[in-house]
Ligand binder design. Structure first.
Ligand code: ATP
Ligand code: MG
Length: 500
């Protein structure tokens, strides 16, 4: 592979300071990567660029060339990425034969390259070319199904600083389902690995590790698999603490463990806590730092003074986005996608209120808006566009699924009882006495402590908020969708049958 760069990449690398790397030559094409993560779109820190030279164009038909590009993409496993192709000639005929790559391939022909090179706003010009070829919903950073990091990670500045600037403290990131625990852990992992030698940073998803043995085996496998056979020969209480200290010495660094989904581990540890005691000892000796994430079970332990979990880690409670964070998540990608938002404050406030600031719902909301723009070929959002979202089946079901995942039967019963007693509750406050009366009219009498605990979970889950003595439903859309979609009387009886 020669040292040459396509003109476009030379401009971005040498004059504009973008990070460009050569990857390799595949099927005769030079392949590069460029870091476009600062655009805060789906384009990552290693956006691939394939260089099609004049000679390549002359050697076959447009169809053949596209087949061959498709092979390069397959070979380098890039099918889930947006791929840029600089073509030193006419790209239009090739553009028409993009076929199945139509949602992920951007062809930048000689004409277009010239336009970027001679522009006084080359970044903007390139972005225009990209957003002209890829549906903006695909180009946007919005992701509703998987954890997000890097260019797609927003907000949480306070939590990140707190964790990174306290390397001698263990942290427990606690929060409801889909609030962003994994994303935060993965983002911290990414930053740590970028700053330091990556070998001593270990991310473990713990939901399937159902015993101390499982946990220890997984850690040994990640840090030094050659020692796995020793696990059978030595009792782990002797082997494991020594292993962690040796590994930390070998890396000349504290080992940093990011333990996601620790709830199951907490459940199996209850009663003997051997493993947790061992982790705590390794942290006290300075060999390890633990950053954990969990939901109900981990939270329960944090409140119990006699639990070994208590005092092991400092709690970081992950809650909904602030209005400002929501604003960034909504407006930055939209601006980069050249989508105009009319009455920006009103649009942001409405989305913030209707989603109660829940990052996943905001993302879902924005994605629906962008899909609509793609369908209509429009590039403007107004307060009127927002109304459509209520009727979107996907949004409704997403909203309801979040509620179902975050609550247990008792909390559900409480919500159904209140909504049954009051047709239009939006904006109205209600007391615990009202909640108690609603439950009683459904035939349940709960002790005060139970009502209190259920209210706390609902506050935490962002379903309710509290002002002095009164509670309010956070999102008017949520209550309306629940009332319109379900027979609440039936749901109430159902959770009663299942047991509360
Ligand atoms: N920092 C963030 N920036 C942007 N979006 C976010 C952020 N955190 C979470 N999200 C949104 O929320 C979704 C869920 O995030 P994530 O998987 O990290 O949550 P979680 O708390 O680990 O969920 P679970 O409890 O189901 O494991 C993401 O797909 C994304 O839409
Ligand atoms: Mg998670």
């Amino acid at each position: 592979m020669s040292n040459e760069l396509p003109d476009l990449l030379r401009l971005f690398s040498e004059e504009l300071g973008y990070k460009v790397r050569r990857i390799k030559s595949v099927l005769g094409y030079d392949v590069f990567s460029i870091d476009l993560s600062s655009w805060k779109l789906r384009l990552t820190s290693s956006t691939p660029v394939i260089w099609v030279k004049r000679d390549d164009l002359e050697s076959g038909s447009p169809r053949h060339m596209m087949d061959s590009i498709a092979d390069v993409i397959r070979e380098l496993n890039l099918s889930r990425k947006i791929v840029l192709v600089t073509v030193d000639g006419d790209a239009l005929t090739h553009y028409r034969t993009r076929t199945h790559l139509v949602h992920s391939l951007v062809l930048i022909g000689a004409e277009e390259q010239k336009r970027v090179l001679s522009s006084r706003r080359p970044t903007g010009e390139l972005l225009d070319i990209i957003s002209g070829q890829i549906p903006i919903a695909n180009l946007s950073p919005y992701e509703t199904r998987a954890p997000v990091t890097g260019s797609r990670f927003f907000g949480r500045e306070y939590e990140i600083t707190r964790i990174l600037s306290n390397p001698d403290t263990n942290h427990a990131v606690l929060g409801i389902r889909r609030i962003g625990k994994t994303s935060l852990l993965r983002e911290i992992e990414r930053i740590l690995k970028e700053e330091q030698d990556p070998a001593h940073v270990v991310y473990l998803e713990c939901s399937d590790l159902l015993s101390s043995d499982d946990y220890i085996r997984e850690v040994v496998r990640k840090l030094n698999p050659r020692e796995l056979p020793r696990l059978h020969m030595q009792k782990y209480v002797f082997f494991f603490p020594d292993f962690l200290e040796r590994m930390s010495r070998a890396h000349k660094n504290k080992l940093i463990f990011l333990l996601d989904e620790i709830d199951n581990l907490v459940i199996v540890q209850r009663g003997d806590w051997d493993l947790i005691r061992m982790l705590r000892a390794s942290a006290n000796k300075g060999a390890c730092q633990y950053i954990m994430a969990g939901f109900r079970e981990a939270m329960r332990e944090q409140y119990m003074l006699d639990s070994p979990f208590y005092n092991f880690a400092q709690e970081i409670r992950l809650s909904e986005f602030t209005r400002q964070q929501a604003r960034e998540l909504i407006t930055i990608p939209m601006e980069n996608l050249r989508v105009r938002i009319r009455n920006k404050d009103e649009v942001v406030n409405r989305i913030f209120e209707e989603t109660a600031g829940h990052p996943n719902l905001i993302q879902y909301y924005c994605l629906i808006l962008l899909r609509r723009l793609d369908q209509m070929g429009e590039r403007e959002i107004t307060p009127d566009s927002l109304i459509d979202v209520y009727s979107d089946e996907g949004f409704k079901s997403h909203l309801l699924t979040s509620f179902m995942q975050n609550t247990e039967n008792r909390e559900k019963a409480l919500v159904y009882a209140i909504l049954q007693c009051c047709e239009d509750i939006s904006g109205q406050g209600f007391t615990q006495e009202f909640i108690d009366d609603s439950l009683r009219s459904g035939g349940i009498a709960l002790p005060q402590d139970d009502i209190d605990e259920a209210c706390n979970v609902l506050l935490l889950a962002g379903v309710l908020r509290r002002k002095n003595q009164e509670f309010y439903f956070t999102s008017p859309v949520f209550t309306r969708v629940l009332q319109q979609t379900y027979d609440l009387n039936y749901l109430f009886r159902k959770v009663m049958d299942e047991g509360i």
